[in-house]
Write a protein that binds this ligand. Structure first.
Ligand code: SAH
Ligand code: TMP
Length: 413
């Protein structure tokens, strides 16, 4: 069933020019829609297709479920489940603080502050801050950590409200959330309202260039409405009197980009912008041909992954999924992975344990199930956390446990 709360765009969400479809992933449930057996019959599905707009250069989902379907009082993703991300955000927060939050009246806003991981270091340092986080359960965790948080969706109206109550912001930061918000124009309008003169809007999101280079198609899921590039961000920013002044690659989430914007003319753009734009032209990200090639690469990746999983099944070797990431929902449902291929998926997040994976309904179990009774083979679904996981699993690997990976290529080692 495809629910009628889906909105379909055949026009670009940024420019109003047409969006041309380049891949159809098929019927897809919500990436974070882990569910109980009683919920199987009412599970939400939509048609997941991605398209490209020649005018804005924006890659985007064509259909998108209503945000309330995804962000609510039982949102399953907590930033703090990854020690690597906690370190990353501590460094990011320190860097922003050192460069932009020097004054005694400095005010830092974060959009999509989740469980307060990023803002907690400002809370500890006594810096005035505000987290905007619509998912009430994660927002509550942040409040418990002393992080001032309001549970709302960021919008121009909310920006006006914050401005009138707290004054303008020196910094507005965000990570892995701006690409979630279908109304990117509204976000930029809100930023233009709330930002102080010489203030900055810094956000980091999964990067289109990495997705294309690594065939990491699992970065497409309902929450990722946009797959940004320096090109498309610069285009959208210009429509709101904003300017891209830095574009810095990040290794997080399998390849991200950190974009810094300011009001046009406030701060001169750094060399990183020209560098990234040139690189994107080299990759052909401004042309449809790159996305057609990407689709072919996805089809090859899918075929090879299923060959490996079928081979394991044929040999009677059990395979466990390692980490029930939101991205894994795309891989599992696009490739057609079933309970016959994966015995279970282990995950450290309590809210996911005891539930079933979206669409394929593979049981999600506590990590200890894997640890205490290691299967012969594991499918590394959290490939973006590979360094952290391989360090944790040296014993499993040493004992002969095998890993199936699918980014950048399908391998069994
Ligand atoms: N920044 C964190 C969390 C990313 S998950 C990190 O990188 O780990 C995305 C978060 O953004 C979720 O907690 C979700 O509830 C929140 N979110 C979604 N739409 C939003 C919106 N319109 N305004 C503010 N936050 C939003
Ligand atoms: P993410 O890829 O969206 O960051 O989600 C990470 C998921 O992976 C989250 O559900 C927690 C899980 N996880 C583990 O189960 N074990 C681990 O060692 C790591 C790093 C993550």
């Amino acid at each position: 069933m495809t629910n009628d709360t889906t909105s379909r765009m055949t026009k670009c969400r940024i420019s109003d020019a047409p969006v041309v479809e380049f891949i159809d992933f098929g019927k897809m449930p919500l990436g974070n829609g882990f569910l109980s057996e009683q919920e199987f019959d009412s599970e939400y599905f939509y048609s997941m297709r991605a398209g490209f707009c020649e005018e804005s250069k924006m890659v985007q989902l064509i259909d998108q479920p209503a945000p309330e379907q995804m962000f609510h009082d039982h949102y399953a993703f907590f930033t703090s489940t990854s020690a690597g991300m906690c370190r990353h955000f501590r460094q990011f927060a320190d860097d922003v603080r050192g460069r932009f939050l020097g004054g005694s009246d400095a005010f830092a806003v974060e959009i999509g502050s989740n469980d307060g991981t990023f803002l907690s270091s400002y809370a500890e340092a006594g810096i005035k801050h505000l987290g905007v986080e619509p998912s009430a359960n994660v927002a509550q965790v942040a409040v418990g950590r002393g992080v001032r948080t309001i549970s709302e969706f960021f919008s121009p109206a909310l920006a006006e409200k914050i401005l009138s109550e707290d004054g303008p912001a020196n910094t507005i930061t965000a990570a892995n959330v701006i690409c979630h918000i279908p109304d990117f124009n509204g976000v930029l309008a809100g930023v233009a309202i709330l930002l102080k003169k010489n203030g900055v809007f810094i956000f980091e999101e999964p990067y289109l260039g990495s997705v294309v280079e690594k065939t990491s198609y699992d970065q497409f899921y309902d929450e990722h409405v946009f797959m940004f590039s320096a090109m498309s961000v610069a285009y959208a920013a210009a429509r709101h009197g904003l300017e891209l002044i830095e574009a810095e690659p990040q290794i997080t989430h399998g390849g991200s980009m950190r974009y810094t914007l300011c009001k046009r003319g406030d701060i001169a753009p750094g060399a990183s912008v020209g560098r990234q734009l040139a690189r994107e032209l080299e990759l052909g990200l401004d042309k449809m041909a790159a996305y057609e090639k990407f689709r072919l690469n996805c089809e090859t990746s899918k075929r090879r992954l299923m060959e490996v999983l079928e081979e394991m099944r044929g040999k009677g070797l059990a395979v466990a999924g390692y980490a029930a990431t939101s991205k894994s929902t795309t891989v599992i449902n696009y490739c057609g992975i079933t309970r016959d291929h994966l015995a279970y998926i282990c995950d450290t997040t309590p809210i996911k344990q005891g539930k079933f994976s979206p669409g394929a309904h593979i049981p999600v179990v506590p990590y200890e199930v894997f640890k205490n009774n290691p299967p012969p083979c594991a499918l590394l679904l959290a490939w973006n956390h590979a360094v952290e996981i391989m360090a944790k699993e040296t014993e499993y690997t040493r004992q002969g446990g095998k890993w199936i990976r699918f980014v950048p290529e399908v391998t069994l080692t």
